[in-house]
Design a binder for this molecule. Structure first.
Ligand SMILES: Nc1ncnc2c1ncn2[C@@H]1O[C@H](COP(=O)(O)OP(=O)(O)OP(=O)(O)O)[C@@H](O)[C@H]1O
Ligand code: SF4
Ligand SMILES: [Mg+2]
Length: 415
C-alpha cells in the first residue's frame, strides 16, 4: 500500500482542517485558481466492422480552456449534446482526455493512474443528473452516503454512522432515515442523498451535472438553494452544468456557454445577462421562460433558432455556429473565431459579436442561411425578461427557505 492509499482520519466538516496526508496541498485561498483546464479534448472513436477499425470520432469536447477559482460557482450551459457532461467527466477524471491538460491546485492530474487519483477523489466529487439511477436501490441510505468513507479507507471522528447522520441533517433530511431505501424517498429527497454522498469527504470541488433537471419545477429551486447554502457554509467550489440558463443564473458567479464541444462565451454572470456577446448566448437567453403572459404571447419578439445542432462527428468548418447564426458571413465559414476577452471578464468567440464592435467589419455579406436562421428579439424585451427572471429567482429563494423548513418538519413527522 502506498502512502497515498493509507487510511486517514478526517474530522467532521466545519471542524478543524483535514489531517496531514488527507489532502495533496494546502487549501487555496478564495479566488485562487483551483482548477485549470487547457486545450481539453475528448474524441470518442467510432469503430466499424469485424476488425473494429476506427472510421471516425465524436468530437464531444474539442479544445476548451477555462479556470475555476476557489469558492466560486461556474455555470456551464448549452443545448443537449454540446459536450457538457463529457467536460464534467473529464475534469473529475472519470474519463481519460484525448488531449489537453487538467490541473488541480497547480498539479497536473491529466493522466494520473487509479491509485494516484485516489486521494484526489476526496477533493473532487460529482453529483449526477438522475437521482433515481445514481443510487443503488438495494442499499440503505446509510450504506450509500457512507460508501465514500469505506472506499477511501477514511474513519470519521465518532464513526461512519454518526457522520452519515450528520450529513443527512446538513442536506435537510431526517437522520433517523438512515436505514431506509432509495425508493422510500421522493426525487428531491434522493437528490439530497446524492448531495450528502458527494459532501461526505469534505471535497473542495463539486461538479454537479444537471442536478435538478430530473426534478419537478417546484422542487428544483429547493435543491438549487440547498447547493447555494452549502456553498456558503462549507466554502465549496462548484461547476454546475445545466441546459437551462434560468437554473444557473441564480447560483453562478461566472457562466461558460458551450456549443458543439467548444466554449463560445465565458463571462461573469451579470455581464452575460446584461449584454450577451455571442449570438448563441443571446438565443439561449431568449429561450428562458418569460413569466409575463403578455410577453409569452409575443412570439415574434424572441430569437427562435431554426435547424438542428449539427453532428459532432463532423462539426461545421470555421465557426461551428455558422449553420444556424443569423449574423454569419463568409469569414465565419472559414476562420474559427478564437475565444478572446473583448470586455473585462467577458470572453467571446465571434467575428460579429453582439453588444460590441464588429471584429470583421470588412465582411458584410450575410450567408443565405443567416437570413433564415432565426427570428429576432428586441434588445429591450430581452433586458426586461432578464430582469423579470431575476425577480422571480429572488422570490423563489425566499419561498424556498420556508419550504425547506416545512420539508424537514415533514420528514420528522413521517417518522
Ligand atoms: N461514451 C460515449 N461514446 C460515444 N459518444 C459519446 C459518449 N458519451 C457522449 N458521447 C457523445 O458526445 C456528445 C456530447 O455528449 P454529452 O453527453 O457530453 O453532451 P451534453 O451536453 O451533456 O448533453 P445533454 O444535455 O443531453 O446531457 C454527444 O454527441 C454524445 O452522443
Ligand atoms: S457571427 Fe459568425 S462567428 Fe459569430 S457566432 Fe455567428 S457564425 Fe459564429
Ligand atoms: Mg449531459
Amino acid at each position: 500500500m502506498s502512502d497515498d492509499e493509507k487510511a486517514v482520519t478526517i474530522p467532521a466538516q466545519g471542524d478543524a482542517p483535514k489531517e496531514e496526508g488527507a489532502t495533496l496541498t494546502k487549501d487555496p485561498a478564495p479566488g485562487e485558481v483551483l482548477l485549470r483546464v487547457s486545450g481539453l479534448k475528448k474524441h470518442f472513436p467510432i469503430k466499424k466492422g469485424l476488425l473494429q477499425r476506427q472510421v471516425g470520432a465524436v468530437h464531444a469536447v474539442d479544445g476548451i480552456d477555462f479556470e475555476v477559482r476557489s469558492g466560486e460557482t461556474l455555470g456551464v450551459v448549452g443545448e443537449s449534446g454540446c459536450g457538457k457532461s463529457t467536460m464534467g467527466r473529464l475534469i473529475t477524471r472519470l474519463l481519460e482526455p484525448t488531449a489537453g491538460k487538467v490541473e488541480f491546485e497547480g498539479r497536473d492530474i491529466t493522466h494520473l493512474g487509479v491509485s494516484a487519483m485516489r486521494p484526489m477523489r476526496r477533493d473532487v466529487q460529482m453529483i449526477f443528473q438522475d437521482p433515481y439511477s445514481s443510487l443503488n436501490p438495494r442499499h440503505t441510505i446509510g450504506t450509500i452516503v457512507g460508501a465514500p468513507f469505506k472506499l477511501q479507507g477514511v474513519e470519521p471522528e465518532g464513526g461512519i454512522k454518526k457522520e452519515v447522520q450528520r450529513l443527512l441533517e446538513v442536506v435537510g433530511l431526517n437522520p433517523e432515515h438512515y436505514n431506509r431505501y432509495p425508493h422510500e424517498f421522493s426525487g428531491g429527497q434522493r437528490q439530497r442523498i446524492g448531495i450528502a454522498r458527494a459532501l461526505a469527504l469534505n471535497p473542495k470541488l463539486v461538479v454537479a451535472d444537471e442536478p435538478v433537471s430530473a426534478l419537478d419545477v417546484s422542487i428544483q429551486a429547493q435543491v438549487v438553494n440547498l447547493l447555494d447554502d452549502l456553498q456558503q457554509e462549507l466554502g465549496l467550489t462548484y461547476v454546475i452544468i445545466a441546459h437551462d440558463l434560468s437554473v444557473v443564473r441564480h447560483v453562478s458567479d461566472r457562466i461558460a456557454v458551450m456549443y458543439l464541444g467548444k466554449i463560445v462565451e465565458l463571462s461573469d454572470r451579470d455581464s452575460l445577462y446584461k449584454a450577451p456577446m455571442h449570438p448563441y448566448t443571446k438565443a439561449l437567453m431568449s429561450a428562458v421562460p418569460i413569466p409575463d403572459p403578455r410577453r409569452k404571447a409575443a412570439k415574434s419578439e424572441r430569437i427562435l433558432l431554426k435547424g438542428d445542432v449539427p453532428s459532432p462527428i463532423s462539426p461545421p468548418s470555421g465557426c461551428r455556429f455558422h449553420t444556424r447564426c443569423w449574423k454569419a458571413t463568409q469569414i465565419c465559414t472559414t476562420v474559427e473565431p478564437p475565444l478572446v476577452e473583448l470586455k473585462p471578464g467577458q470572453q467571446v468567440a465571434c467575428h460579429h459579436p453582439e453588444n460590441f464592435a464588429d471584429q470583421a467589419p470588412q465582411d458584410t455579406v450575410l450567408l443565405t442561411v443567416a437570413k433564415e436562421a432565426a427570428e429576432l428579439v428586441a434588445d429591450e424585451v430581452l433586458a426586461e425578461s432578464a430582469e423579470t427572471s431575476a425577480a422571480v429567482a429572488a422570490e423563489v429563494t425566499k419561498e424556498t427557505d420556508v419550504t425547506k423548513e416545512t420539508d424537514v418538519t415533514k420528514d420528522a413527522n413521517d417518522k
